[in-house]
Design a protein around this ligand. Structure first.
Ligand SMILES: [Zn+2]
Length: 557
C-alpha cells in the first residue's frame, strides 16, 4: 500500500515537473511582454476561513519563512483596519462579500442558512436541488450551485470582460467556500466530501470531474497526511509562552474524548473517518495541493487574459471553533499555514512567473474568545443559547394566551415570524414584536432586539445600525435580529463561534502582493466590500453588479 502510494506520488510529481518544463518556455516570452502591462495574468484570491486581523502580528515572530505571510509585508500592501460592514459575520456572507463587493441586502446570501420567507422553508446558502453530485456517490454533498447569489462576482466580471475566455475556478474544503467565490459563470468549483475523502463538484459546472481532479483523488492524500499525525512545529515552550494552556476543559475534543492535548494521533482515522482532517492543518494542505493542480492542468496564468483562482482555507475555522483563538492548536495551525503559503507562492513564481500574478488574502470573518476563557480573565462575556430560544419564546407566548407557532424559525440571530398565523389570529406585527423583544431584552446576554425592517432608525450608533441594514434581506432575513452583548457567544460550553458585529468577529486581515500592487500600509478604515472593486480597478474592468465598496487606490501602482 505504502509502496503503491510512493509510486503514485512520484508519477504525480514527474507529471507536474513535465508541465512546469513545458510552461517555463512560454513563461519567458510572457515575462518580456508583461513588463509594460499593468494587468496580472492570474489573480489568486485567498480567504482564510476564520482569521483575526491581529494574527499576522501575533504569529509573525514564529513564521519561519519570508515567503509566506511575510511576503505580503515585505513586498506588498497591508490594509490594517478592514471591517465587515454587515450582519451576520459568518462564512457564506463573508465569501459572498469578498467576491461581490456587496452585502446580504443585495447579494442575497443572508446567512449560512436562512428561512426563505417566499418558499416558506429553511434553505442552505448553496443548495440547488436541480443539479447532481459529480465525483462521489454521496448524493446530497454535490447538489450545490451559486444560484442563491443575486449579484455578479469578481470572476463573473473577469468572464464578461474577456468574452468568457478567462478561466475561473474555486477550491475549498467547504462547498460554500468554493462555490460562492467562483461565481455564476465559473469553469469549476471543487470542495471536499468528508464521507469519501475526495474533492467533488456538481453538474452545474460539468458532467463529470476533470481528469486532474480524479487523479488527485486517486492519490488518497488524506490517508498519507493522517499518517503524519499532528505534532507541534516548534518547541512546546514557545506555545506555553504565547498561548493559553494546551489542555483546557473549555476546549472541544474533535479527535476523541481522550485526545485532549498535543501530540494528536491521526493514523487511526485512515480509511475510517475523512471528516477529521478538516480540524487539522492538513485540510489546508489538501486545498493547496489541488490549487496547484488547477493552475498546471488548466494552464491558468498562461496568457494575457487574466484568470482567477479563488482558494478558501477552511481548516482554521474548524480548528478555531474547537480550540479558540488563544490555543496551541490555532497558533500551530497558522505556523503550518504560513509554510503552505510559502510553498504555494514559490510554486506561483515558477509556474506563472514573478510579477505576472496578484494575490490578495483576507478572511470571511474573525472569531470570539471562548466564553469560559473570557470569564477566567474577567473579560466581559458568556454563553448564550440560540438553540433553546424557539422553545423558550414559544412557552412565553403560550403562557400569555398566544401560540408557540407564531415563531417560524430562529437562526444566526434572526427571528422569523409566522405571518399567515399572525393574520389568521389577527395579531399585529407590532404586538408580536412587543411580546418577543420585551421578553428577550431582560436576558443577561442580550443588548437589544432590533426590528430589521426599521433598523435604519434603531437606537444604536450609526455605523453599527448600518451593518444591520446592510445585512437585512427582505426575502431571507428575520423580522427581528438579536444583538447580544460583547463577548457572548452562541453555542456550547466548549469551543467558540462568531457572527456578531463586534470587532473580534468583524475586524479581518487584508493583504495584497504582486503585479500592480505598491509596497505600502493603509491605516484608514476600509471595508470587506472594498476588495472586489480594488481588484476590478487593478484590471480596468467593471466592478461586480452589486458592489457598494470603494477601491483602495493607495495600494495600486
Ligand atoms: Zn465558523
Amino acid at each position: 500500500m505504502r509502496y503503491t502510494l510512493f509510486i503514485c506520488l512520484s508519477l504525480f510529481s514527474m507529471a507536474v515537473y513535465a508541465q512546469n518544463k513545458n510552461t517555463s518556455k512560454a513563461m519567458k516570452v510572457n515575462d518580456s511582454k508583461s513588463s509594460t502591462e499593468h494587468k496580472p495574468k492570474l489573480v489568486v484570491g485567498i480567504v482564510v476561513d476564520q482569521m483575526r486581523w491581529d494574527y499576522v502580528n501575533r504569529f509573525k515572530p514564529f513564521f519561519k519563512s519570508s515567503a509566506g505571510f511575510q511576503r505580503f509585508i515585505n513586498e506588498g500592501a497591508t490594509v490594517d483596519n478592514t471591517l465587515i460592514p454587515y450582519l451576520p459575520t459568518v462564512t457564506a456572507c463573508g465569501h459572498a462579500c469578498v467576491y461581490t463587493g456587496s452585502v446580504p441586502a443585495l447579494h442575497g446570501i443572508a446567512g449560512n442558512e436562512w428561512y426563505d420567507n417566499v418558499k416558506q422553508k429553511k434553505v442552505y446558502c448553496v443548495d440547488d436541488p436541480n443539479v447532481q453530485t459529480i465525483g462521489s456517490s454521496n448524493n446530497t454533498a454535490g447538489q450545490m450551485s451559486p444560484m442563491n447569489v443575486w449579484t455578479t462576482t469578481i470572476g463573473d466580471e473577469f468572464k464578461l470582460a474577456s468574452n468568457f475566455k478567462s478561466k475561473v475556478f474555486g477550491i475549498s474544503l467547504k462547498d460554500r467556500g468554493a462555490i460562492i467565490p467562483a461565481g455564476h459563470s465559473a469553469n469549476g468549483a471543487f470542495w471536499y466530501d468528508s464521507k469519501t475523502g475526495n474533492f467533488i463538484s456538481s453538474t452545474y459546472y460539468a458532467k463529470s470531474l476533470p481528469t486532474w481532479v480524479s487523479n488527485y483523488n486517486n492519490l488518497h492524500r488524506p490517508d498519507s497526511l493522517y499518517n503524519l499525525n499532528w505534532n507541534l512545529s516548534l518547541p512546546a515552550s514557545v506555545y506555553e509562552a504565547n498561548c493559553d494552556l494546551d489542555e483546557n476543559t473549555y476546549e472541544s475534543t474533535p479527535f476523541g474524548k481522550e485526545a485532549k492535548h498535543f501530540p494528536y494521533t491521526l493514523k487511526s482515522f485512515i480509511a475510517k473517518d475523512y471528516g477529521k482532517i478538516s480540524t487539522t492543518p492538513y485540510g489546508n494542505s489538501l486545498v493547496e495541493e489541488l490549487a496547484k493542480q488547477a493552475i498546471v492542468n488548466e494552464a491558468m496564468g498562461n496568457d494575457d487574459i487574466t484568470d482567477l483562482l479563488a482558494v478558501s482555507f477552511s481548516s482554521p475555522d474548524y480548528i478555531g471553533h474547537s480550540f479558540g483563538p488563544n490555543s496551541w492548536e490555532t497558533m500551530d495551525g497558522y505556523i503550518k499555514l504560513d509554510e503552505i503559503l510559502a510553498d504555494f507562492f514559490t510554486f506561483l513564481d515558477k509556474q506563472v512567473g514573478k510579477n505576472n500574478y496578484t494575490v490578495f488574502l483576507t478572511a470571511d470573518h474573525a472569531v470570539a474568545n471562548i466564553p469560559a476563557f473570557n470569564i477566567k480573565h474577567q473579560i466581559p462575556g458568556g454563553l448564550s443559547s440560540e438553540g433553546a430560544l424557539k422553545n423558550e419564546i414559544g412557552a412565553m407566548l403560550t403562557a400569555k394566551g398566544f401560540n408557540a407557532n407564531l415563531i417560524n424559525y430562529i437562526g444566526e440571530g434572526n427571528i422569523y415570524f409566522n405571518h399567515s398565523l399572525m393574520d389568521s389570529m389577527k395579531i399585529s406585527q407590532d404586538k408580536l414584536i412587543d411580546l418577543v423583544s420585551s421578553y428577550l431584552e431582560k436576558k443577561p446576554d442580550v443588548l437589544q432586539v432590533v426590528e430589521t425592517r426599521h433598523a435604519a432608525s434603531a437606537s444604536m450608533p450609526a455605523s453599527l445600525r448600518e451593518r444591520i441594514v446592510n445585512g437585512y434581506n427582505v426575502q431571507r432575513s428575520g423580522d427581528l435580529v438579536i444583538i447580544n452583548k460583547s463577548g457572548y457567544v452562541d453555542g456550547f460550553p466548549t469551543g467558540t463561534s462568531h457572527g456578531t458585529l463586534y470587532n473580534y468577529d468583524a475586524h479581518i486581515p487584508l493583504l495584497f502582493f504582486g503585479k500592480g500592487i505598491k509596497k505600502t500600509t493603509v491605516k484608514r478604515e476600509t471595508y470587506m466590500t472594498d476588495i472586489a472593486p480594488t481588484i476590478t480597478t487593478l484590471l480596468g474592468i467593471q466592478m461586480p453588479s452589486g458592489s457598494i465598496g470603494k477601491p483602495i487606490i493607495e495600494i495600486l501602482e
